[in-house]
Write a protein that binds this ligand. Sequence first.
Ligand code: AHR
Length: 493
Amino acid sequence: MGKIKVYGELPIAKTDDKLFSSFLEHLGRAIYGGIYDPEHELADESGFRLDVIELIKELNVDYIRYPGGNFVSGYRWKDGVGDYRPTRIDYAWRTLDLNKIGINEFSEYTQKTNTKLMGAVNLGTGSPMDAADLVEYCNFPGGTELSDMRISHGYDAHDIKIWCLGNEMDGDWQTCALSADDYGKKAKEAAKMMKWVDPSIELVGVGSSSCRMDTYPEWDRKVLEYLYDYVDYLSLHIYFENEGNEQDFLKNAYRLNNFIDAVGNTVQYVKTLKRSSKKVYLSLDEWNIWNYTRWNEAGYGEKPMNELEHAPKLLEDNYTYIDAIAFASLTISILNNSDKVKIACLAQLVNVIAPILTETNGRVIRQSIYYPFQLFSKYGRGIVLTTVNKFDDIEVDGKRESSVISCCVLSEDESNLTIFAVNIDMVKDHELEIDLIDLKDYKFVEEIKLESDDLYATNTFDDPEKINLQHSNKVNFTINPCSYKVYRYELED
Ligand code: AHR
């Protein structure tokens, strides 16, 4: 018998709504053939697919980061506004971009999906002036050349509140990658100018693009020494892959905890160094499961320039049952770190490593990872309480850790309490007891589970519900190997 102990008097933090954010990049069929498909019978007057909009709405996504990703580091934002829309080579993904969708159309899209736009500026080929110009175009009310240009294009100010200062500038794959010192200097000047144009915006500095980078965590320390006074968040990106050792794959929530701790401590170090009273939070603005070895081996990025296509199938992972379980454990890690992480963007949202998969001009399905994101977004908002997991332990990179990972979220009005649990043990099931300590009286109302005997089951267009959630109003305190459960409670009358 194992136990999840929940401590009502030990809150970790109130979750920020921005934790439930996502990401859409001009990459493969994310935009073209994904959200935008004017030939589709369900396209609206702007060419956006209504069935895809409905599935995004069901996920209750807060912000959508746009337009990249690697794409942004070669993007000329003026190509995507007004009447003249040139076709350009996208260096990041070796494709052709037709520029039919730009910042104005995407801002409309966020209204249609009840989301908000998190912008990203190009600090690869772009200059600080280009970045400030984009903020002026988007946010300045009127009376300047760029804001009047936007008005002439038919749009009121978009009032985009959060901006990423480039993307993964530490990676050699990035168009015009920079050293930490060069990035720190450039991003600081861009930040100053962007905030001069609109002092109300919040900025995200580029941290390490993964904990596997040779420059991590020195990159983070160095860039923050330039940026500490100018940014509100430091980014971190992480993708996990099933390399064939399923038991090891399921341990990654612990690795995410360690990454967040290390970057959080680096932020704390620079704060102390600067004798600053300001708090900089973390923006986990790309996270997911991604089978990137397959992607790298396929050599997609090496196409000769004369063979470039527009919107080819790229990075279209078919998510399995075990991917969904690993994914669920990552959502638990994000919640348990909600004192440090205030933004988290699931990368990405449609077609490209995404919970939603479309056929161009055809059907749409929810992939396996759709479901844990949906539960995370629906029941994960509120006060995260400290939980202690008393289960058989399992070895993770030389440390003994619990084989059941859990977290507990109390809704702000205290009417609902939700426990999320994943058994990462591939072999043993666990009987569990839930001990609610220093909390009012709550009654059990629902159990929701994700369980399958087939680790590699996937949803397909012909069998779209093979993996789905199972709901029950009877509680069952056994949690099977490699499975996910959500226990919901309501305050007793
Ligand atoms: O999300 C796919 C890619 O992963 C993004 O463009 C990039 O930022 C990261 O390397």
